[in-house]
Design a protein around this ligand. Sequence first.
Ligand code: FAD
Length: 390
Amino acid sequence: DRGRVVVVGGGFGGATAARFLARAGHDVTLVERDASYVTCPFSNTVLGGFARMSDITFGYDGLAAEGVQVVQGEAVGVADGTVTLASGDALPFDRLLLSPGVELRYDALPGYSEDAAQKMPHAWKGGPQTELLRSQLTNMEDGGLVVIAPPANPYRCPPGPYERASLIAHYLSAAKPASKILILDAKEAFSKQALFEEAWATLYPGMIEWIPPSGGGRVAEVDPSTMTVVTDFGRYDAAVANIIPPQRAASIAQVAGVADQTGWCPVSGLTFESDLVPGIHVIGDACMAGAMPKSAFSANAQAKVAAVAIDALLRGESATSPKLLNTCYSLAAPGYGFTVAGAYGEADGKLFEIEGAGGVSPLDAPESVRSAEADYARSWYATITTEAFA
Ligand code: FAD
């Protein structure tokens, strides 16, 4: 039977799910506020100066051609089986799928705000923020201090800040070699840490310094008017400050009542249906998917599981227990990549990591391994953007 499915959010999760639900024969409406989508994955290659914004920007014509009704608009309400848009339009649904991504918590760091982000960009959403950070880097004088301040877990893309430090170093080491990058971290350890530290020592000796909270690295306050970053132990005058605040599920998740007090959305690992509101499914960064990290790879994998489950439920059948994969690729330079991978199963509605099925790239690997992994990263990006947007 054809069902009416509304999908909110045309990012990696929503675009993929809309496509697979349309292919299954359902009546699918995709609501997305923007006319085009700028990916966060590979946005660090723009910051590194070896890709352009146009390389990471995608439209929705491909989805429309597959029969998805693409509506550009802002979803502002969810009640009684209907999504309301800011325009006033109402979209009734049999099942609603939310993949709205994250909202930045501007209230979480004294001195930081939406306005402050115009001077100290987070660049944690693709688009104007990416361009702002890139232009600050290109305008910076040689010898300047670039501060990167990553948040505590959980947040969108655990290895992202460290890939960013690497690719900014790639740019600076050629263009402004007297500059320094200081990572002021809110956590004691980070994803693929040993691999990043090995890459930094090999590729950019002396350029990148990482300070965890125990070393005084936790950022307590920022002042965008003076470009000062204040930590527990000191003050830094930044030429460029990339402040990445803590996050939570985007606001439509709160509006729909599917986010809990953590700010994220508890869901069934079998169907990605909300634990809080029946009939609403949540995938991607907004949901809590056990040990799966908040990545585009995860959002895309969850989209396919949720689409198959929604199709089954609309046909009056039950969902079958899924297996999901995630791989996070990171580039430390254009020809230097490495990965962390995981596999996940479901039991009693909970997702668990399958022991021994994942792992990280080896340390001390030959250059050929690093360059092959950089090629895999580019192939992965081409594949996932084709599956979501082409
Ligand atoms: P999103 O992709 O954010 O999509 C959400 C969409 O919903 C947006 O387009 C938004 O406009 C729309 N929306 C939200 N609310 C509404 C509303 N009310 N009405 C209408 N539209 C709405 N992941 C990887 O797997 N590999 C990587 O290499 C990688 N690199 C990254 C690098 C950086 C610097 C960053 C920041 C992230 C990176 N990620 C990477 C993570 C990846 O970007 C996210 O995990 C992924 O985008 C999550 O997809 P999503 O569908 O949950 O949300």
